[in-house]
Write a protein that binds this ligand. Structure first.
Ligand code: GDP
Ligand code: MN
Length: 338
């Protein structure tokens, strides 16, 4: 045989390289996924891309949470995709199930009516549990206690571009607390009374409303009505301390008592978006317009230099940002033009 076949770096080489990476400056951050065992293969698809685009060099931990026990297969297959730590947690039933004080008759009637109107997930109790959990509880799970920042990852998403920087350090260094890629209008049938509840809350607690907030993103008439704009929360890079704050904990508690997670179908996306937009000055929210991302049926594809820098594989013409159903132009418009 002529000469040896070129080999992959040895595991020793890789370990040394990894040790070096571990010395770099890092945030206390984690990649977080809520999932069912049945989501395994769709989640592996997301996770493989997360590794390839970013985490193979960044080596942040993963946390997987479930309302059920994860199977051995789930744990083995996910941890096999990464050399970073993977942690698996079960959700406290009180953080997941419909509380006893919800009037089940009223909740059943609401589900029936939403099913009749063909509203997506209108029939589903587990979907409502999930939305309430993502709104008010994920950040209280003990496994997340060790972290300040999280990146939410869902099954079957796509990450189109290489990340050559650490978005968690960007958040930390620039004092950002909420990051998004896509924004759009919510189906009003899922949240008919959410805005009234929010207005009631801020009348009770005007002290929580930040100066220089993003009300202009949420409302076209100074706060009277909600324009339904929200950040799409299947992608979030956020500061857990935003959700742990008094303002947010009280806001969530207030919303929860209204029962709208079950009597309507309040989503964590509008709840998070309204809170971040009102309780933070607008500079603390960051549009990651250089992260190419798809969650069906919408995608954000970086343009021009960002597309090139990230070696993105999405078509730049296929980006949702400036379509009529996107709110991102509204987001841009609340900042004064340079
Ligand atoms: P959609 O994006 O709004 O269509 O909702 P998904 O089905 O993607 O659910 C959102 C997230 O919650 C995903 O990460 C799911 O894996 C997770 N999820 C949804 N329902 C459940 C559930 O009943 N149990 C658990 N453990 N996770 C769930
Ligand atoms: Mn999803």
């Amino acid at each position: 045989p002529e000469g040896a076949i070129p080999q992959m770096p040895s595991s020793d080489d890789l370990r040394l390289a990894k040790d070096k990476l571990k010395d770099r400056r890092r945030a206390k951050a984690v990649i977080f996924s809520l999932a069912r065992n049945s989501d395994l293969y769709d989640l592996l698809s997301s996770m493989k891309q997360m590794e390839d685009r970013f985490n193979h060099w960044a080596q942040y931990d993963y946390i997987f949470l479930n309302d059920d026990d994860f199977t051995d297969e789930f744990k083995e297959k996910t941890s096999a995709l990464t050399s970073a730590n993977c942690k698996y947690g079960k959700i406290d039933p009180d953080h997941w199930h419909q509380p006893d004080w919800i009037d089940e008759e009223k909740a059943t009637a609401a589900r029936k009516e939403m099913t009749r109107k063909k509203i997506i997930y209108g029939h589903s109790v587990p979907y409502r549990n999930m939305c309430r959990f993502n709104s008010g509880f994920f950040f209280r799970h003990p496994l997340l206690d060790d972290y300040d920042y999280y990146w939410r990852m869902e099954p079957s998403v796509k990450y189109f571009c290489d990340l050559d920087y650490d978005p968690f350090l960007l958040m930390q260094d620039q004092g950002k607390q909420y990051g998004f890629t896509l924004s759009l209008y919510e189906y009003i049938e899922t949240i008919p009374t959410l805005w009234n509840a929010t207005k009631e809350f801020i009348q009770l607690h005007p002290e929580y409303v930040a100066e220089g907030n993003s009300m202009g993103f949420l409302s076209d008439d100074g706060g009277e009505t909600y324009n339904k704009c929200h950040f799409w929360s299947n992608f979030e890079i956020g500061d857990l301390n935003l959700w742990r704050s008094d303002a947010y904990m009280k806001y969530f508690e207030f919303l929860d008592q209204k029962g709208g997670f079950y009597y309507e179908r309040w989503g964590d996306a509008p709840v998070h978006s309204i809170a971040a937009s009102l309780f933070l000055p607008k500079e603390k929210i960051h549009w990651f317009d250089d992260i190419g991302y798809r969650h069906d049926p919408f995608q954000h594809c970086p343009q021009n230099d960002a597309h090139k820098r990230g070696k993105c594989w999405c078509n730049p013409a296929d980006t949702f940002d400036f379509e009529s159903y996107s709110c991102t132009q509204k987001w841009i418009d609340i900042f004064p033009k340079p």
